[in-house]
Ligand binder design. Structure first.
Ligand code: PGA
Length: 234
């Protein structure tokens, strides 16, 4: 009966995830929806600040975001790593260097995510802990636009390595080998404390907890770690 129930589970799953989680959430959902074809999913993608607002207002079933602040009364569990790396265009002079110092990286012009972004928050915290100020050339409200700007040589940026999942092989971006990087961040799923989760939401949580092998793939540990034409054959 239990296995019959699986196929029969139906209803709607309302998820709200931070911008950067859009690189793996749809694929996670793909597997989930294959397993539970009668469950419909509505996915809201917005930045950290907005997701936290939605969580506080209890607008969705579940949330995927970085660490939930203590001030927000929520149940939260880590399910995947989220390394933040320094990205430059593949032909940037630093793409060939090893152990680049933080001082050196601060000479470069940076492209930043918009205020309210978790990526931006973690980046600002990292550099302020090092007592460094970044030269910000530009603010853009999208990881995709930032990658385009990097390729267009407008600057470098700190972004989640997850943003490289599908187009890493195109070889236009490099991950720089900077001291202290990657910034180790994690993905959490969360919901307001005391919320009574629907059967569908509980099913998705169980699925997330068990999908660890698949999640390992999604963390793209094997993505490019620098693309340096000069070092290619060494
Ligand atoms: P963001 O959040 O997409 O709002 O930058 C990502 C994160 O919190 O790591």
């Amino acid at each position: 009966i239990a296995s019959d129930m699986k196929g029969l589970k139906s209803g709607k799953l309302r998820l709200a995830v931070v911008t950067t989680a859009k690189y793996f959430t749809p694929r996670l959902l793909g597997m989930f929806c294959q397993k539970y074809p009668n469950i419909d999913v509505a996915l809201k993608v917005t930045n950290r600040e907005r997701v936290l607002e939605r969580l506080t207002n209890n607008q969705d079933d579940l949330y995927i975001l970085g660490q939930v602040p203590d001030a927000v009364d929520a149940v939260a569990e880590v399910f995947l790593d989220n390394p933040l790396v320094v990205m430059a265009s593949a032909d940037h002079p630093l793409s060939c260097e090893k152990n680049i110092s933080i001082e050196r990286i601060c000479d470069e012009l940076f492209i930043m995510r918009e205020p309210g972004s978790g990526t931006r928050m973690a980046t600002e915290r990292f550099f302020s802990e090092q007592n460094k100020k970044l030269k910000v050339r530009m603010e853009l409200g999208s990881n995709e636009a930032i990658k385009q700007a990097i390729v267009g040589r407008l600057g470098i940026a700190v972004l989640s390595r997850h943003t490289l999942t599908l187009d890493a092989p195109m070889g236009q971006l490099a991950i720089l080998d900077v001291d202290g990087f990657p910034i180790e961040r994690d993905w959490y799923f969360a919901y307001p404390s005391g919320k009574q989760l629907s059967i569908v939401a509980q099913t998705f949580l169980e699925y997330l907890r068990q999908a660890s092998d698949y999640l390992d793939d999604l963390s793209c540990r094997h993505a490019i770690s620098g693309h340096c034409p000069l070092l290619k054959d060494s």
